[in-house]
Design a protein around this ligand. Structure first.
Ligand code: G
Ligand code: G
Ligand code: MN
Length: 596
C-alpha cells in the first residue's frame, strides 16, 4: 500500500509541474510586451523553471547561458557548468568540444536571423553527452537588438517522460529495449499486420551460460552482453529488423516480411560475424556460441504465443547441441528435424574424417600431360555409402557448415601437396572449389596465409574456383577478398563459365586468371557448330584478357583434339580421367609414362 500522504505529495508535485509547464508555454506564445514587462516575466519564469520538468535556458546575446533550470542542469550534469565570476546566476557550458553547443548555437542563430518566435521539432538534439530525440524546442527573444537581448529556450522533451519510461522499457545491462517494450511494439505490429503479412520472431540465446559464467566470471559475461547489444544495434540499421533484450542472455530479433528462410539465416550469420569481429578472445579459450529459435507470425498470433513458440524451438535446438537454429511449428518441425539431423551427420562426418578428397586430373591441352587436379570432395558415409557433393553441399551451404567443409578441404589439400613434394613428385597444381560463404568468413585470408606457411606450400600450387553466381551475389566482397587472395599469389578460376550470368564486365574487374568453360558447351560440341563458335570465341576473348582457358567435361578424343586446335590451355574430363581417390591419383603421378 502506498501511504496516503505520499500519494498526496505526489499529486501536488505533478500539479505544480503542470502549472509550471503551462506558465512556460504561455510565456513563449503570447503576444508582444514591453521590455520591462518581459524582464519581470523572465524573473518569474526562472522560478517557474525550477519546478518544471522541461529544460529551460536563458541565453544572452553573446551566447552565454545566463540561466539553466534544475532539469537542464541535471541533464547537463552540474559539474559541466561553471559559475562565471561575479554572478551567481550565470553559467557557462564547460564541455567545449561537445556537439550540444554547436547544435544549440545554430538553433539560436537561425532563430535570430529569422526574427520570429517559433517552435521546432528536432529528431535528434545533442544535449550534454546525450542525444535526445525527438524534442520540441521553443525559442522566444526578449529585448531584441539591445544589450539586454535574451533568448528564452524551452525544450519540451518528450524525453522527460522518456527518461522514466526509458528505465521502464530498457534493459539496464544492455541499454536495449526490454521485454515490456517488445510486448508493446510487437503487439502493435501484429495489429498492423492483421494476419496479412509475415514477420519472423527469432529468439537468440548465448549458449552454455552457466559454464561460461563459471569459467570467465559474471563481469566478463556482462561485457559479452554489451558486445551482443552492440552487434544487434548494428543489425537494426536495417529498418525491417528490430531487436530487444528479453532476459539475461536471451535476445529477440524481429524481421519484418523476410524474403525467405535464407534471409533469416543471412541475418543470423551477420550477427555471428559481428560477434566474432567484436569479441575474439585469446586463443585456447572457448568461442562464444549462440542458439536460435524461430517462430513466425501469423502462425503464432500473439506476443506471448510467439515468445513461447520461439522458446520451444530454442529448447528443441538445444537437444541437438549448441550453436543451432530451430524453427517452431508442426509441419516445419519434421522438415527442420530432417535438416538438423542431416547437418548433424555432416558435422559428425567431419569429426570422424569420413570425407575424402578425390582428384580429377587436369591436363595440358598441347601434349595431354598431367599438370594438376581439381579437388572434389566425397562423403564416405558409413551408414549410407558414398555420397556425392550435390547431396550435401547445398545443405551445408545453407547451414553454414560449408565453411567447416572448406577448412577441411583446404587443410587436407595442402597436407597432400606437402606429402607429394616430400615424396619427390614435381610440384603440381590443385584447384579447390570455394563457396561464397567461405569467402565471407572474416578469418579466411589469415587462415589461408597461416596454412600456406605451416605446410610450406608455394602459392602458385593453389588455385581457387569460384562460380559466377557467387561473384554476382556479393560482388563487392568477392572483389575485395579475391584481390587479397590474388596478392598472396594464388590463382583464381571462374568456374562453370557461360552458364547463367556471364557478364564480361566483371571479368575486367575481378582478378581472374582462368576461365573454366562449362561442360554444357563441350558436351555435344561435335554435333553443334554454335557450341564450337562459343567455345572458340570465349577462348579468344579470355586469351586477349590474359587468362588461361580450361575446358571441363571433355569426354571424347575428338573433343580434346578440337579444343587443342582452339588453343585451349588445360583440359579436364572423363576422357582423361574421372575424379580419382588419392592413391589412384598418386599412381598417375608416379607413372607419368603411362599417361593420364
Ligand atoms: O564431383 P562432382 O559431383 O564431383 O561435384 C559436384 C559439385 O560439387 C561441383 O560443381 C563442385 O563445385 C562442388 N564441390 C565439390 N567439392 C567441393 C568442395 O570441396 N567445396 C565446394 N565448395 N564445392 C565442392
Ligand atoms: O566444380 P564443377 O562444377 O566444375 O565440378 C565438376 C563436376 O563435373 C564434378 O561433379 C565432376 O565429377 C564432373 N565431371 C568432371 N568431368 C566430367 C565429364 O567429363 N563429364 C561429366 N558428365 N561430368 C564430369
Ligand atoms: Mn569446379
Amino acid at each position: 500500500m502506498v501511504p496516503t500522504s505520499t500519494l498526496m505529495k505526489g499529486c501536488l508535485f505533478v500539479g505544480i509541474l503542470f502549472i509550471a509547464t503551462l506558465l512556460l508555454w504561455f510565456f513563449l506564445f503570447q503576444g508582444k510586451r514591453s521590455d520591462e514587462e518581459e524582464h519581470f516575466q523572465i524573473e518569474s519564469l526562472k522560478s517557474a523553471g525550477d519546478t518544471s520538468e522541461e529544460y529551460m535556458l536563458i541565453v544572452s546575446r553573446n551566447y552565454k547561458v545566463l540561466y539553466a533550470n534544475r532539469s537542464a542542469k541535471m541533464h547537463y550534469h552540474f559539474e559541466e557548468f561553471e559559475p562565471l565570476k561575479n554572478s551567481l546566476d550565470v553559467y557557462r557550458f564547460y564541455d567545449k568540444d561537445s556537439k550540444s553547443w554547436e547544435c544549440l548555437d545554430e538553433l539560436i542563430h537561425h532563430h535570430r536571423r529569422r526574427k520570429v518566435d517559433e517552435q521546432t521539432v528536432f529528431q535528434n538534439l545533442y544535449f550534454g553527452q546525450n542525444k535526445l530525440g525527438p524534442v520540441h524546442v521553443a525559442i522566444r527573444s526578449v529585448g531584441r537588438g539591445t544589450s539586454h537581448h535574451r533568448d528564452v529556450i524551452v525544450i519540451h522533451n518528450d524525453s522527460c517522460e522518456y527518461r522514466l519510461m526509458d528505465q521502464k522499457f530498457t534493459n539496464g545491462l544492455s541499454g536495449l529495449p526490454n521485454r515490456l517494450k517488445a510486448d508493446k511494439e510487437i503487439t502493435e505490429l501484429i495489429a498492423r499486420y492483421s494476419q496479412e503479412r509475415e514477420f519472423a520472431f527469432v529468439a537468440v540465446e548465448l549458449d552454455e551460460i552457466y559454464l561460461l559464467r563459471s569459467l570467465v566470471g559474471y563481469k566478463e559475461v556482462e561485457k559479452i552482453i554489451s558486445y551482443i547489444a552492440n552487434a544487434l544495434g548494428e543489425i537494426v540499421y536495417d529498418p525491417k529488423i528490430r531487436c530487444y533484450h528479453l532476459s539475461y542472455v536471451t535476445f529477440l530479433l524481429v524481421i519484418e516480411e523476410p524474403e525467405s528462410e535464407s534471409s533469416i539465416y543471412a541475418t543470423i550469420q551477420t550477427f555471428k560475424d559481428l560477434m566474432k569481429q567484436r569479441y575474439s578472445r585469446s586463443e585456447g579459450e572457448r568461442d562464444l556460441s549462440f542458439s536460435f529459435g524461430v517462430a513466425f507470425y501469423p502462425a503464432y498470433k500473439s506476443f506471448s504465443d510467439l515468445v513461447n513458440a520461439s522458446y520451444r524451438a530454442l529448447a528443441k535446438s538445444r537437444e541437438q547441441g549448441t550453436g543451432r537454429i530451430a524453427f517452431a511449428g508442426e509441419e516445419a518441425c519434421a522438415e527442420t528435424d530432417r535438416t538438423l539431423l542431416f547437418n548433424h551427420a555432416i558435422e559428425k562426418g567431419l569429426e570422424d574424417r569420413d570425407f575424402q578428397l578425390f582428384f580429377q586430373p587436369l591436363v595440358n591441352a598441347k601434349d595431354f600431360s598431367l599438370v594438376g587436379a581439381e579437388v572434389l570432395i566425397r562423403w564416405n558415409d558409413p551408414d549410407e555409402g558414398l555420397r556425392m557433393p550435390d547431396a550435401f553441399i547445398p545443405v551445408a551451404e545453407k547451414s553454414g557448415l560449408i565453411v567447416e567443409i572448406g577448412r577441411y578441404v583446404l587443410e587436407e589439400s595442402l597436407r597432400r601437396l606437402s606429402y607429394w613434394y616430400q615424396a619427390g613428385f614435381p610440384p603440381l597444381l590443385l584447384n579447390l572449389n570455394l563457396s561464397l560463404r567461405e569467402l565471407e568468413e572474416p578469418e579466411f585470408i589469415n587462415r589461408l596465409t597461416r596454412l600456406l606457411q605451416k605446410y610450406d606450400i608455394g602459392s602458385s600450387q593453389l588455385k581457387f574456383e569460384i562460380t559466377e553466381h557467387a561473384a554476382m551475389i556479393n560482388p563487392m566482397l568477392v572483389q575485395d577478398q579475391l584481390k587479397k587472395i590474388h596478392e598472396l599469389g594464388i590463382g583464381i578460376a571462374l568456374d562453370d563459365f557461360g552458364t547463367g550470368y556471364s557478364s564480361f564486365s566483371y571479368l575486367a574487374e575481378l582478378p581472374i586468371d582462368t576461365l573454366k568453360i562449362d561442360r554444357s558447351f563441350v558436351s555435344g560440341m561435335l554435333q553443334d557448330q554454335s557450341k564450337q563458335h562459343i567455345v572458340a570465341s570465349i577462348a579468344k576473348l579470355g586469351h586477349s584478357l590474359g587468362m588461361d582457358i580450361v575446358a571441363e567435361g571433355v569426354e571424347r578424343e575428338e573433343e580434346a583434339r578440337l579444343l587443342k586446335e582452339y588453343g585451349l590451355d588445360i583440359l579436364q574430363g572423363y576422357h582423361f580421367s574421372k575424379p580419382l581417390p588419392q592413391l589412384d591419383f598418386q599412381y598417375l603421378l608416379a607413372h607419368p609414362e603411362h599417361g593420364v
